[in-house]
Design a protein around this ligand. Structure first.
Ligand SMILES: *[C@@H]1O[C@H](CO)[C@@H](O)[C@H](O)[C@H]1NC(C)=O
Ligand SMILES: *[C@@H]1O[C@H](CO)[C@@H](O)[C@H](O)[C@H]1NC(C)=O
Ligand SMILES: [Zn+2]
Length: 523
């Protein structure tokens, strides 16, 4: 069958098994981008111009249809860049990092337009962390900018050209003795600058490729919390053929005026993007992170009585920004990692709610990595969602023991959150963790990497809860009348253990009735 642009886009699946539904041989008709009919009876007449996909296999098994998957927390462009950068997460010492940098500094595979950028340094256990200095990197190259990004994206080590690239002139008195180490706002600002000054044509092509890779994992939708303003970027990418995902773009405080001026409310389509890109939430980062000991906590960090972490904004700023976003029609996505940051945010939102400005439906607390169990009932009462990234607990379990000792039972307390009636949504926070919903699911149900013991096993959540928190419609199953954003799987995800989830075979992905991925072919 040849499809012309005028041909109605119809797909009929036969002999499908449906995730989350009783066993059976279902027929599913997709027409005009919508799932129009799900039945178990024999299909008498196949409408004209219909692609028929029979999911029966020779061995009697069937292919499984599931709603498409969503990643609720990505930094999509940054992730695209990151996947091309040298991964140093396995380096066990500063010496190992220096050796790897020296080895790859001139490797074209890592050439980011004349810069060398590596990622994911994890220094918690290094015996020689203080050896990674500006001078040590200058000894590798005094001309090419070297930028080493620590895990979590809250800190960066540079050499002298790297520091200069960040806007700090080392020939001036102010910066001549700068360590080359940048944290928090300085680190974020520099990462955005690196991205903003990257070649847009190269970057767009990489982003379109990364979206196709996401589709190959069964992903149909992402929330993109990119630090840089991305309206124009996605318009441009759509012109260049981007079509693999729905993208909800977030707005940070420095984008808020612009978003409100454009009259954008959460859910509104961004013009010129084929309705694939919509206005997402207002994103507010209130505190730091666990790894950099900047998450704002009720208790101080071990050995440092003066440090409970930091707040990125004063309480009254958090107050005003959230209120403006809410009254402007934007749902909230508030980053709160430490228990005191969460407490502060809940205080503010309760106050707004009491005054009639309730956070919009779908508003999230991002991360919620350390919670006071006492705060969960009011979290629930506010109708907020916990947007969580299960892979973080696997990556950061040692940091958690080190920096939040004794508090582990309420760290990444997913079960307690679910039991309090708080809806959860899963995500990766890529590039901090990989964009891979199967990995997130595996971590949620085991709280461990492959072959590891669970981290606080009491907080394991069940697969059905985790799966529903990973689908675009929030359900286990597809339904008539819904958008045909669906995925064809090789086996029933709800019957898998962590290894089975990690090895899940995606046969194909459909977005609004169009194939965005088909195994073994180019969509
Ligand atoms: C769905 O398809 C079945 C089988 O072809 C048919 O009997 C039924 O009437 C259809 N339902 C709707 C709502 O179109
Ligand atoms: C699906 O393809 C049709 C025809 O090319 C197009 O008009 C429509 O916008 C596409 N839908 C999505 C969700 O990409
Ligand atoms: Zn993030």
């Amino acid at each position: 069958m040849t499809l012309t642009p005028d041909t109605p886009r119809r797909t009929l699946f036969l002999n499908a098994a449906l995730v989350g539904k009783p066993a059976g041989r279902y027929s599913v008709l997709v027409d005009g981008g919508v799932i129009v009919n799900i039945s178990t009876g024999a299909v008498v007449d196949v409408p004209e111009h219909t692609e028929v996909v029979d999911l029966a296999r020779a061995d009697g098994s069937q292919g499984w249809l599931s709603p498409g998957l969503i990643d609720w927390h990505t930094h999509f462009t940054m992730n695209t860049l990151a996947t091309r950068r040298l991964d140093l997460s396995k380096a066990r010492s500063a010496a190992a990092v220096l050796e790897a940098v020296a080895k790859h500094i001139d490797d074209p595979a890592y050439d980011e337009g004349g810069r060398f950028v590596a990622r994911d340094l994890r220094n918690a256990e290094w015996p020689d962390a203080d050896k990674l200095t500006r001078a040590a990197l200058d000894a590798i190259s005094a001309t090419k900018p070297i930028v080493l990004v620590y895990n979590g994206y809250h800190s960066i080590q540079t050499n002298t050209p790297g520091l200069k690239l960040s806007g700090r002139d080392t020939d001036t008195d102010e910066h001549k003795d700068h360590s080359g180490f940048l944290v928090e706002a300085d680190a974020f600002g520099f990462l955005v600058h690196l991205q903003d000054t990257a070649d847009a044509n190269v970057l767009d092509a990489w982003v379109i490729g990364e979206a196709e890779r996401a589709a190959s994992l069964g992903v149909t939708e992402v929330v993109d919390l990119e630090f840089a303003q991305s309206i124009e970027s996605w318009e441009r990418r759509t012109d260049k053929g981007f079509k693999s995902l729905r993208v909800h773009i977030g707005f940070y405080p420095h984008h808020l005026d612009d978003a409100l001026k454009r009259g954008l409310k959460t859910g509104d389509a961004i013009p010129g993007t084929n309705d694939l890109v919509t206005a997402g939430p207002f994103k507010l980062i209130t505190d730091g992170s666990l790894g950099s000991q900047t998450a704002f906590c009720c208790d101080h960090y071990p050995g440092n009585p003066d440090n409970r972490g930091i707040l990125a904004f004063q309480g009254d700023e958090i107050d005003a920004l959230c209120l403006r976003a809410t009254t402007g029609g934007l749902r909230l996505a508030v980053h709160a990692i430490g228990d005191d940051a969460l407490r502060l945010v809940l205080d503010k939102l309760e106050k707004h709610s009491a005054a009639g400005s309730h956070p919009l439906r779908g508003s999230t607390i991002e991360h919620a990595q350390l919670v006071h169990l006492d705060d969960l009932p009011r979290f629930h009462k506010l109708g907020l969602i916990a947007s969580i990234q299960p892979r973080h607990l696997v990556d950061d379990r040692e940091l958690c023991h080190k920096f939040w000792p004794g508090r582990e039972p309420r760290a990444y307390a997913f079960k307690a959150i679910v039991d309090a009636g708080i809806p959860i949504k899963l995500g990766s926070d890529c590039p901090v963790a990989q964009l891979d919903p199967w990995e997130a699911l595996a971590c949620a149900i085991t709280r461990a990497g492959p072959g590891e013991q669970p981290f606080v096993k009491e907080q394991i959540i069940d697969l059905e809860t985790a799966y529903a928190a990973s689908t675009h419609n929030g359900k286990l199953h597809i339904a008539e009348g819904e958008r045909a954003d669906l995925v064809v799987l090789g086996s029933n995800p709800l019957e898998q253990d962590a290894a089975g989830l990690r090895a899940m075979v995606v046969e194909g992905t459909l977005l609004g009735g169009n194939w965005t991925y088909r195994r073994g072919t180019k969509a």
